[in-house]
Design a binder for this molecule. Sequence first.
Ligand SMILES: [Ca+2]
Ligand SMILES: [Ca+2]
Ligand SMILES: [Ca+2]
Ligand SMILES: [Ca+2]
Length: 303
Amino acid sequence: MGKSRTVDGALSSPWFAAFGRVAGLAGLGLCLSLSAGACVDGVVTTTASTTEDETSTTEDDGSTGTTAGGSTGTTIQPTTTQEPTTEEPTTEAPAVCGDGEVGGDEDCDAGGEDSDECDADCTFQECGDSYVNEAAGESCDDGGPTASCDDDCSPVECGDGNANDAAGEQCDVGTEDTAECNAASCTTASCGDSYINEAAGESCDDGGESETCDADCSAAECGDDYTNALAGEECDTQEPLMNGACNLETCTVECTGFWANCNLDPADGCEANLTDDVNNCLECGMACEDGEMCQVGSCVPAP
Ligand SMILES: [Ca+2]
Ligand SMILES: [Ca+2]
Ligand SMILES: [Ca+2]
Ligand SMILES: [Ca+2]
């Protein structure tokens, strides 16, 4: 095709017609040195096509241009565009996780092993993805806090500062007690839990009132305004008692006149009048018999 087009172009070009005649003469001269047959085949066929291709390009730019140039460009381009078409499938080869190259849907690719940023399955490492990546410092990963694993992918430990509800930790403040938390047991600080938390202001904690400890977790002491019966205190108050007062050195009730604290309840002070109380006649616990009454501290027949 190129050959015939070039020949057409050559025929349509007066310049090439003239050149052809010169070339023909030259070829005729060349023929003289060669055998007759080779001369006809070689010069007319081979030499003509080669020279024509090269000269036609020059000719396109110069005179005829449009017709020859347009058609020549069109034949070359398809050949060029076909090459990338065959290369594209090679580029779209499926990504292989573990080959060290990030491709396709891969977040990362650490060569098939865990790294501090990448899981072996080519996803970014993350604490909480239920995959244990030791290279990233995870010793467990249950996808969230569990009884055996913290939410930071470290094992459960009371004292690590990470309160794990699922593991039964009510709080975790490290190794030092705070007013809110018992460090050693990871429990909420409270008076009565039998653990002395000084940061919470406890000086003792016997799980309730005892001979040495008040129910408010302070040491039993006369004069602290708290009556601790187990510590032998009858009373402990500066407030006046009914018919008496509290001796704040001995924490005993002191009654006036014939009044007495027979029920040992400081709340009602000295409630018994020993002169006329049939159950406490003259002294606490002295009850008169049926049909008797207490009169000036003596049991007498009732009228
Ligand atoms: Ca993980
Ligand atoms: Ca913890
Ligand atoms: Ca306590
Ligand atoms: Ca007291």
